[in-house]
Design a protein around this ligand. Structure first.
Ligand SMILES: NC(=O)CC(=O)C(=O)O
Length: 315
């Protein structure tokens, strides 16, 4: 097992903010909070799921943006990226990542693909040159019915993505990137970890029912399964909104300890991702070298659809 992390801790910021009906105001608030986090020294900044729109199927088509032609690895200033009027969120995220000189996981936004005539819940990550580093479309759609509590069906409007997403944080190593409900599916996290991820990042909007039951449990489960850092970034709770987000953005370390956690209000969580901690945990309990692929299959091998934006670091 080899880690490609530098010895220097990576300062992470999770921005918990609520999104209202005014998209321009949501984008302006996100921009100002990202700048604040960068001034505090964060190098990797994460926004929440659906940070530019209220969360709800009736809102997705209205707030959706067209991202094609996607220029993965390119820079909008060099002619890449969608036109400004089709995707203001793309351009704000790109610009603020460059201004702030950070890697920015831009939460998620509703995306419309004209080519496919489909909507997606999509996360875009930008590098410090403003270049698009990665795109993840939520693979597992949030379709649930808990009688008397909550019924939600993203699939009424959205289509699922079809890839595990990995991306390189320059100078540090790989992140596994997924969105909210994706965290309930351990295979996605396991594949990302076995392909070299040192941290799993989930913009996510759990609610008052499922958040209380499973938010921390799932974060800690994915961390202990994979001996990775896990970061969950939620919208702040707004009881005037249709959907009541759980909040409680959190970072869990590779030994499944909660390092930091917010409450339900707006705020920024800072945490250092420490390479030595990762190595210590993996050395102490070396499950990665102890798997029995003669007894069961390695889900990270064979027919796996994954997008690795930046070269593999196999363990
Ligand atoms: N909003 C989601 O995608 C997931 C969620 O709230 C849950 O799994 O619970």
């Amino acid at each position: 097992m080899a880690s490609k992390l530098l010895a220097k801790p990576l300062k992470l910021a999770l921005i918990q903010l609520s999104a209202g009906a005014d998209k321009a105001a949501n984008l302006a608030a996100a921009r100002s909070k990202v700048q604040e986090a960068a001034r505090a020294g964060a190098k990797l900044v994460v926004l929440p799921e659906c940070f530019n729109s209220p969360y709800g199927t009736k809102y997705f088509p209205k707030y959706a943006e067209e991202l094609t032609p996607l220029d993965i690895g390119g820079s909008p200033s060099a002619g890449g990226g969608p036109p400004e009027d089709q995707s203001p969120s793309y351009h704000v995220l790109s610009a603020v990542a460059k201004e702030a000189q950070i890697t920015l996981v831009g939460g998620s936004i509703p995306e419309y693909s004209k080519e496919k005539n489909k909507w997606y819940n999509t996360s875009l990550t930008f590098g410090s040159e403003g270049q698009l580093l990665a795109r993840h479309r939520k693979v597992h759609l949030f379709d649930i019915d808990i009688p008397g509590k909550i019924s939600f069906h993203e699939s009424e409007v959205l289509s699922p993505g079809d890839k595990v997403t990995l991306l390189e944080v320059p100078g540090y190593g790989k992140l596994g990137l997924a969105i909210c409900y994706d965290i309930r599916f351990p295979e996605l996290a396991l594949i990302a970890a076995r392909k070299g991820a040192f941290a799993l990042v989930y913009p996510g909007a759990f609610n008052l029912t499922t958040g209380a039951r499973h938010w921390e449990l799932l974060a800690r489960a994915r961390a202990v399964d994979n001996q990775c850092y896990v970061a969950l970034c939620s919208p702040a709770r707004d009881m005037q909104a249709d959907y009541h987000a759980w909040g409680h953005s959190m970072v869990v370390d590779p030994d499944a300890e909660v390092v930091q956690q917010l409450d339900e209000k707006e705020g920024i969580l800072y945490a250092d991702l420490v390479p030595e901690r990762l190595e210590e945990v993996r050395r102490n309990i070396p499950v990665y070298g102890q798997r029995r692929f003669d007894v069961y299959p390695d889900v990270s091998e064979g027919k796996v659809r994954f997008e690795d934006y930046g070269g593999g670091i196999p363990w």
